[in-house]
Design a protein around this ligand. Structure first.
Ligand code: ADP
Ligand code: MG
Length: 359
């Protein structure tokens, strides 16, 4: 092989289809979520027989296929019938009853929305929707600022299933009673993928995204491992794209360990930077946890006080909890023997915060 034998030519690429790594790319086959999709379908099924559907609350961590599974179901409805209308709304983007009513009108092809109020817009949508059956999917439902739209749908749309998706199961407890008692949803948890499943999903994308043999097994394994640790498929998609771009930037025909390493180190750096989101006292506590990693919470509090910390023990505990929730630290609750139960605090080096958990 000549000196440039393994170099990428100017018009060559290791990508076959770079879009296959986009978060919004819809693979034809959704792996490992068949059971969940079947459950969603069973909630909707009565609508096809002119009966009312069930409501469903889907919950689980970010990046584990909740949105994808639901969008696939809407795709199938669209292929199967015109009698059931699927409507998908992301409540992060459309976070008020006004914006959602507007969105309903636009999705239904009604254009004369200018200067209309929420009620008027909803009324337009209601008249169209009540001629058919409707499957509503409200994604990131906990991001909505008000829930009047839910109440209106529950009251005024006759044949429907309402599917709500959230990362936070506890959200449902915050709903007003008048909505809760009408909604009565089934609950379905999405669990993070196992290591094998994570690998399978990423393998599928490798085949779509890259020319054959471009992704070296060692690099792929590193990316799979990081993704398993983060429990978020988006991490894997992002890492594969970053690694591939790094490989191309050094004109390599293959994605090697060094490319995976580069991509992983970049997200670790990002994770550490995101610690800047913390308040001053929390950062102080984190620094103390870092230099005392593996100590008991009581000892940590003492170090904190000795170093000039002024929060009470209660506040300190609350901040530890926040740091834990954001994965800056790992808290192990142990049976401390004669001293009773205690918590061991470990600094979570490297992957303190998930790249894609914006909430
Ligand atoms: N089972 C799966 N098969 C193929 N791709 C998946 C699967 N689960 C998740 N993904 C991909 O991972 C990313 C995150 O999935 P998404 O459904 O958006 O997660 P969530 O809604 O749970 O946050 C998307 O790009 C999606 O296509
Ligand atoms: Mg989602």
């Amino acid at each position: 092989m000549g000196m440039f034998g393994n170099m990428l030519g100017a018009d060559e690429s290791i990508f076959k289809n770079e879009f296959a790594l986009d978060f919004s790319y819809m693979p034809k086959l959704v792996l490992y979520r068949e059971q969940q999709q079947r459950y969603i379908a069973s909630c909707i099924a009565p609508l096809f027989n002119n009966r009312n559907g069930k409501n469903l609350l889907i919950y689980g961590k970010p990046g584990i296929g909740k949105t994808l599974a639901c969008l696939k179901v809407t795709e199938e409805i669209e292929e199967k019938t015109d009698e059931v209308i699927p409507i998908y709304v992301n409540c992060w983007q459309k976070n008020t009853s006004f914006k959602i009513s507007l969105e309903l009108c636009e999705k239904l092809g009604y254009r004369l929305t200018h200067n209309k109020k929420t009620d008027e817009l909803f009324d337009v949508a209601r008249k169209i929707l009540n001629k058919r059956a409707v499957v509503f999917i409200f994604d990131e439902i906990d991001k909505a600022e008000d829930y009047d739209f839910l109440y209106a749908i529950l009251e005024d749309i006759h044949k429907k299933s309402i599917i709500l998706i959230t990362n936070h199961k506890e959200w449902v407890a915050t709903l007003e009673q008048r909505i809760k008692s009408r909604l009565m949803p089934d609950m379905m948890e999405f669990r993070p993928y196992s290591a094998k499943e994570t690998e399978g999903i990423l393998r599928q994308r490798v085949d779509f995204a890259f020319v054959p043999n471009a992704m070296k097994p060692e690099a792929f394994n590193m990316i799979v491992q990081k993704t398993v640790a983060m429990e978020d498929i988006r991490t894997g998609l992002h890492l594969m794209k970053e690694a591939a771009q790094h490989a191309e930037s050094r004109s390599s025909r293959s994605i090697d360990e060094q490319d995976a390493e580069h991509a992983i180190s970049k997200i670790d750096e990002f994770n550490i930077k995101s610690s800047l989101d913390l308040g001053e006292d929390e950062r102080f506590i984190l620094a103390i946890a870092k230099s005392n990693s593996g100590k008991k919470i009581g000892e940590l509090f003492k170090s904190y006080q000795d170093s000039g910390g002024i929060s009470s023990y209660k506040t300190f505990q609350r901040k530890i909890k926040k740091l834990e929730q954001n994965r800056f630290i790992i808290v192990a609750r142990t049976d401390g023997g004669s001293e009773g139960n205690t918590s061991i605090i470990k600094y979570n080096s490297g992957q303190s915060k998930k790249l894609t958990d914006f909430s």
